[in-house]
Write a protein that binds this ligand. Sequence first.
Ligand code: AHM
Ligand code: MG
Length: 332
Amino acid sequence: FDQAPPKTEIITLTSHVLSQQQRHPIATGDLTLLLTAIQTTCKFISTNVRRAGLLNLIGQAGSSNIQGEDQKKLDILSNDIMINSLRASGKCAVLVSEENEEPIFIDTAHRGRYCVVFDPLDGSSNIDAGVNIGTIFGVYKCRDDSEGTLEDVLRPGSELQVAGYCMYGSSANLVISTGQGVNGYTLDNGIGEFILTHPNIRIPSRGKIYSFNEGNSLFFHEPVTQYLESIKFPSNGKPYSARYIGSMVADVHRTLLYGGIFGYPSDKKSKNGKLRLLYEGYPMAFLVEQAGGLATTGTERILDIKPTDIHQRCPVFLGSKDDVEDVMRFHQ
Ligand code: AHM
Ligand code: MG
């Protein structure tokens, strides 16, 4: 027989990050430990998302977050898990969560050099229906001589050290970039490890899918309306397909793998759109650019925006380079 033996060479997220960091001349192992904490958090959240129905976690928790939106039990639980695990890692100085109005400054006993901005469970409107949801995160390093202040997290996304998300779908998928491309890992529940399944993700330079909440069309500005017309009624007779899940993680994940464009523009009702710059816009823009795509507000590169408020919003168009350049042309 010349049958190939079964593949036994498995690369886990931990071993992959370790080997990448070892090549780094001044690596201390701190970032690796931080990523381990994030990874463990994602496994925890994944387990709880799957058990949600059984544990009766689904439903309103009876409290509201600072944006006045309904907060679900799973949101609170995921936020608690994330904060506790990051604090326990001993590698963080400042945390910014969508669920906390104020930044969290870590006590001296647990303090490290990194700052993490995150949305612990994004896509909350999809929880009760069992549709994909996810965790989004970005990691900054404290500026030299800083012990961790607000200024360490009010920085452009181009200064991120790491960005990533974990999508809780038919499997848990962790997609991460440390600034050297993008890699995707799938949780093997049997062994409890994230396995490298999507090495070096590259987004196609043009796609055939657009992903917008067109229910907001009444409020869209002219450039967006015209752009959408151009892909729905193209002169070549090949219109784009529409796909919109309403979970940014899932919509971006599909865009990374299949190409196309995802958009949540500003409109006549929402001056800066809906999505949050720090823990939704920046990490996703970082990943998309690292995969060879583009991310813009329509007129400005998202990663270049200088933030003034940890919860500020920003218009988002991201995805395949050619598609995003098209939408930018309509904004000129
Ligand atoms: P959330 O943080 O309250 O879950 O809101 C963010 C979500 C994104 O995941 C998604 O892209 C967007 O809101 C969908 O908004 P809409 O329901 O207005 O289309
Ligand atoms: Mg969110």
